[in-house]
Design a protein around this ligand. Sequence first.
Ligand SMILES: Cc1ncc(C[n+]2csc(CCOP(=O)(O)OP(=O)(O)O)c2C)c(N)n1
Ligand SMILES: [Mg+2]
Length: 825
Amino acid sequence: MPKSVMIVPEHVRSRSYIEFSPIPVNQYNCTIEEELASGRFTKDDLIRVQRDMMIIRGFELMLDAVKKTGKYHEIEYNHRGPAHLSIGQEATAVGEMYLLGVDDHIYGSHRSHGEILAKGLSAIHKLSDAALLSIMKNYFGGKAWGVIEKDVKGTAKDAAIDFLIYGALAEIFAKDYGFNRGLGGSMHAFFPPFGVMPNNAIVGGSGDISVGAALFKHVNKKPGIVVCNIGDASAGCGPVWEGLCFATMDQFKELWDDAHRGGLPLIVNFINNFYGMGGQPVGETMGFKVLARLGAGLSPDQMHAERIDGFNPLAVVDAMRRKREIIMKGNGPVLLDTVTYRFSGHSPSDASSYRDKTEVEAWQKVDPLYVFGQNLVSAGVCGQGVLDAMQKQVDEMIMKAYKQAIDMQISPRSTYKETGCLIEKVMYSNERIEKFGEGKPEALLPTIAENPRVKSLAGKARYGIGADGKPLPKSKCYMLRDGLFEAVIDRFYEDPTLVAYGEENRDWGGAFAVYRGMTEALPYHRLFNSPISEGAIVGTAVGYALSGGRVLAELMYCDFMGRSGDEIFNQMSKWQSMSGGLLKMPLVLRVSVGSKYGAQHSQDWTALVAHIPGLKVAFPATPYDAKGLMYSALLGSDPVIFFESQRLYDMPEMFHKEGVPAGRYEIPFGEPDVKKVGKDVTILTVGATLYRALDAAKELEEKYGISAEIIDARSIVPFNYEKVLESVKKTRKIVLASDACERGSVLQTMAAKITQFSFDELDAPPVVVGARNWITPADEVEDAFFPFASDILDAIHTHVIPLKGYRVARDCSSGELLRRSAWGV
Ligand SMILES: Cc1ncc(C[n+]2csc(CCOP(=O)(O)OP(=O)(O)O)c2C)c(N)n1
Ligand SMILES: [Mg+2]
């Protein structure tokens, strides 16, 4: 029986009410004197809270001045990039980070300077001098350390504070010595050694990535928790909802084995400043009134949600302490609605036309920096003189970092015009990594040999052509889906961090039976069904991978990539390079290209992902290639979109005469493969059109005496043109075929490059044979849409070599192609 829950009609149809518990709102009620008496804080701790808020305020005021006036205390600097400041929100950041350790990871948004500094200051307080010095001296070869070292006065902790302010500021100013070598910038800056993980310029972008990071900790039993800091307006974002749904799945608490049972170690902290840019979630763009209400819809424990006063740093510390306790008992994830207010505009160009001056003034009257400082004085924690001296010291620190960061001699910018420049180097990590973790991978079946599917594959023909030269019945053959299975199951027994998930990945055996036999072999925490949340499937996988684990995620149909567009285009593809080469992204996303199911289930969108820099893209068409490329994907360190065609899952091996090897082998990315040698015309195929090209080649040979060479692209990014250009040199003609709509397809790019590089060797321009620029019609009439052998022959006859006596099946003349183009089809 696959599921633990029996759906009993009498139960689900019976009459009752759903009850909600009251949601606490600003319940913290403790004075500084009481906190001191409780022993939770010393006087020094409280003074440090004030200092940290001052540092953040000073940092943001400096940036505000630079953006608005082009100078800071008369020292000019033109910062051309963004600066989304959090002036007013300091108590929220400092309170949140106060108890967090280095193993606790925070993810944030475009407005995260304050969080970076607060988390960094908290880490500096907790780390030993030796640890701090080691981090500073080793981070990116100690470049930032080299800058600040000379001007440090004081202890290692003082040095680390200088380092933190300088590293963040140099990053904001796009300098090579910044925390992410200038490739992250203001909205994406982060610093993992202090537990500051990627901040995201896509509103709500961290909403699912952080869930994947918490999943990584949970599955691999890593210490610490994850905090997702996102704005109140991000509550309207799909990825945030999908992330919340994923994070609150019942299976964590009900189905996973005892050792992994329990909720994810995650705090979703909505930093509620009551505005998007100018839009107001409360009263205008959302309907929740009190954001903490959202948790009530997600789980019976209402995500332990509450609203807290983010203008009081101690209220935030208190909430974080209590929420952590809940998480440690396995009862996470939890949700916080942290009330705060930004005095600054959304960005420096913001004229605040959407809010009343009196509103801003009312909040300024309760400015946490002033109020908390005064409370410290009234409670006798320190005198005003101490606060004044601290302010002076903070101002000096900020000025020192500012001078260092703007100086082009001291803090140069990386240049990107030379071959082999920094960006070129960090687009991929290009490593080969056997396993991302130590220890024995967990499995239900101790060895692969015991697996029922592995046993049944032993009896299959690993080459699909019999001794008589005829194809064997498919039922007797090893198929493409088996090639994928063999590579994946093997990697599961090698890399303890490897997890796979997606829709119907477990008991169903994967939507197209690639994972059949895995449910028996793997515990839930390594193979599980996700909610139908394509955004979160990819987004969480991004978080899992950048945390240091290998992940294999699946989209049931290529068409659903639209649902995970941001996660593929902006997250999966970019974090390696935006980190300056610090992070790896061992994430393989399997994407199945459909057929038969019409307009929304049959599209080949290779062009969309090939267009996005940072992704590797493969599309094998044979069992041998599928297995070898899957091995490479699952041994690499880069994000891979792995296309599979539903037409080919049951395709036996028709090329590799020795049969698909039972053991491990790797096919490198980027190398096309000559599947049939010929001399008169080259046909370059992507994906399933390989077999239709073979049919066309047969007809060319038998009826017209023309010998076609067929090259299977196998990968799309990277792509080495060498074999194709060599072939063209011989045949002087090339046709390209794939199931993708022709306009803007990968084939068009390839055709353009071939023209450019082989112009003198070509007798005719390369011809692209793709699907029509239409919606996909029903299976019964798909021959009007997808390219078949006759379309390849039509194209060859019309544009490349006239075939004697050939009658064109469908007009594909230049005039017809121009007509279609003018009509937009
Ligand atoms: C997906 C996306 N949509 C829109 C934007 C433009 N944008 C940047 S910040 C912002 C407002 C975000 O509000 P909130 O989430 O409350 O965060 P806050 O700015 O208040 O910190 C908008 C609309 C964006 N960066 N990303
Ligand atoms: Mg907001």
